[in-house]
Design a protein around this ligand. Structure first.
Ligand code: DON
Length: 569
């Protein structure tokens, strides 16, 4: 049985940090994140992180803190934190038990395969991303209640209460949050028949306070009535009225029927590390495992971080893995996903056997022309470890930034635009440029395929890392790189999070990269191998925790790309 973290004590934290990170990249001093002993919370917003740590300090476990953080993010981080969206939990308890909860949105009962097509069968632009028809039946509230029932130790009311107080007392905007809200003002006007409280006539500034009075009332109804406080009664009626005021199709029956599902995680090994990942309807666990098993054959620690050989091989693996994703992955309750086959060593050896070490393989062309990212993207991930070594990894989303931008009148929260994660038509890319077919076709009550990759790792059977990120289709490759940065390139957790990222997803056939990602390589070396390189402003915004050799925890939140904050005690 694994040793509880609080029983592992080796004196001299600084010495251990020195030992642990003996081969960090360029700088002489490793950049170490927040280090603490009892517990750690890493989220996209300082208020949510503080609420999570407070729950841990009060004796709550990692799952208590996770529920409190999810509701806090719904208030403090409305671009992605939510009660009107969905997500996934991957967990590992201190006794080694693992599991996952799927609280992904579902297609409404009236959804059908052609719902985003015109009379000629062409996809109608924006219909699956904007407005009421883009909304899937939300899963987050049922998810939190299920987590509470199975894994938590504190009363539910105490976990949701900090979010209620935050909503009433107001959230002070950071500069970044103010800027994000300002970018979406027009979108909020267009998506709503009333003026949502996220609109400010003069624009928002850092330091302004946003009060979420109606959201507070909704959270109080959830606190007092549980599931019925959201999926029935006043809140459900508000949602359905909102749908009827636009072209939405979610009904009271849809809401009453929503259920999150406990699923067995996807698990497998990379060297002595066990990877515990999210199964379908996320593609994250399978794709990450395929990538990790694929890279195991190559000595990338000798080749070095982001050298041309390393980038080339990672890209070639990604090209093949994303092609599999498009064909084979979808909601397992509707489509028989061949999980065992896709992650078997035999299959993967064959699948990756045609990789040429010197030349890129051409991705088959399904639709010509590159698909750009049309708007800033938002999902959010948080990682938590408690004093006993229980670990929670949750990635949750509204899909696009502020989702469909539709706010439920009277209830004060935003609805997702997750329906775009379905394949609206075989071969036609969604907003992330991802294509799909039958496996991910729209069907009533089906869950749309996701890339979210909340992940927990063990090393030699002990808890090692909790990791995840937003980023749409880039989530899988960001998690892949972040893990390799630590286990192969000797980075601290913080360095791995901060490191510039790149991404390939089969189609479009190009490597997207953050400026600075390729500073160890002359880009012409990659171009000579046939790669097309496309710069992109930002990839990933990780929240991760690493268990150090002495049992201390290094929390690493991406405060370079976002306001993410890790805090421990
Ligand atoms: O589930 C998915 O894969 C997407 N809805 C995630 C969207 C996302 O990460 C957007 N943000 N960065």
């Amino acid at each position: 049985m694994p040793t509880p973290l609080h029983k592992i004590r080796i004196a001299g934290l600084l010495m251990v940090i020195g030992l642990t990170y003996s081969c960090s990249s360029d700088s002489t001093e490793p950049l170490v994140g927040e280090v603490a002993y009892h517990g750690m919370v890493s989220t996209a917003h300082p208020d949510a992180t503080a609420i999570g740590v407070d729950i841990l300090k009060k004796g709550g476990n990692a799952f208590d803190a996770a529920v409190a953080v999810q509701f806090a993010l719904a208030v403090a981080y409305p671009s992605a934190g939510n009660i009107g969206g969905g997500g996934f939990l991957v967990y590992r308890k201190s006794d080694g038990e693992t599991g996952s909860l799927d609280f992904r949105e579902k297609a409404p009962m009236a959804a059908h395969q052609d719902m985003y097509l015109d009379d000629q069968g062409a996809v109608i632009e924006d219909l699956s991303t904007q407005g009421h028809l883009a909304v899937g039946v939300p899963g987050s509230v049922d998810g939190m209640l299920n987590i509470h029932q199975k894994l938590c130790s504190m009363p539910f009311e105490q976990l949701i209460q900090p979010a209620i107080e935050l909503a009433i007392n107001g959230v002070v905007l950071t500069e970044k949050e103010a800027e994000k809200l300002n970018q979406q003002q027009q979108g909020f006007y267009e998506a709503n028949n009333f003026i949502p409280h996220l609109i400010s006539d003069n624009g928002w500034s850092g330091g302004d306070t946003v009060y979420h009075a109606e959201l507070a009332e909704t959270l109080i109804r959830i606190r007092d009535n549980g599931r019925a406080g959201f999926y029935q009664g006043i809140t459900a009626q508000f949602i359905v009225d909102e749908m009827n005021g636009g072209n939405g199709i979610i009904t009271l029956e849809d809401l009453a029927a929503y259920e999150s599902i406990w699923r067995a995680p996807v698990e497998g090994y990379y060297k002595s590390y066990k990877i515990i990942g999210m199964p379908p309807p996320s593609s994250g666990g399978i794709a990450l495992l395929q990538l990790m098993k694929g890279i195991e054959a190559y000595p990338i620690n000798n080749w070095g971080f982001n050298t041309s050989r390393t980038i080339h091989i990672m890209t070639e693996l990604e090209r093949r893995v994303y092609a599999d994703r498009a064909t084979y992955l979808g909601d397992p309750d509707f489509y028989d996903v061949p999980v065992e086959d896709l992650t078997s060593n035999q299959y993967l050896m064959e699948r990756f056997s045609d990789i040429d070490p010197n030349k890129k393989t051409s991705s088959q062309s399904i639709r010509s022309g590159a698909v750009g990212i049309v708007e800033s993207l938002e999902t959010t991930h948080f990682s938590i470890i408690d004093v006993d070594g229980n670990a929670a990894a949750i990635t949750t989303t509204l899909n696009g930034s502020f989702g469909s931008k539709v706010m439920v009148a009277g209830a004060g929260f935003l609805l997702n635009n997750e329906m775009d994660d379905f394949s609206a038509k075989p071969g036609v890319p969604n907003m992330f440029g991802l294509i799909g077919g039958t496996a991910n076709a729209i069907e009533p009550q089906k869950r749309m395929l996701s890339s979210m990759t909340p992940t927990i790792m063990e090393k030699d059977h002990e808890l090692f890392m909790v990791v995840g990120t937003p980023g749409g289709s880039t989530i899988i490759t960001s998690v892949f790189q972040t893990i390799l940065n630590v286990v192969e390139h000797g980075m601290t957790m913080q360095e791995a999070v901060n490191a510039k990222k790149f991404h390939h997803q089969w189609l479009p056939d190009e490597i997207e990269y953050e400026p600075g990602a390729f500073e160890n390589v002359t880009t012409s070396e990659l171009e000579d191998m046939g790669h097309v390189l496309v710069p992109r402003s930002s990839i990933g915004r990780m929240d991760a925790i690493l268990v150090l050799e002495n049992g201390m925890l290094e929390g690493a939140a991406d405060n370079t790309r976002g306001d993410n904050t890790a805090m421990g005690y």
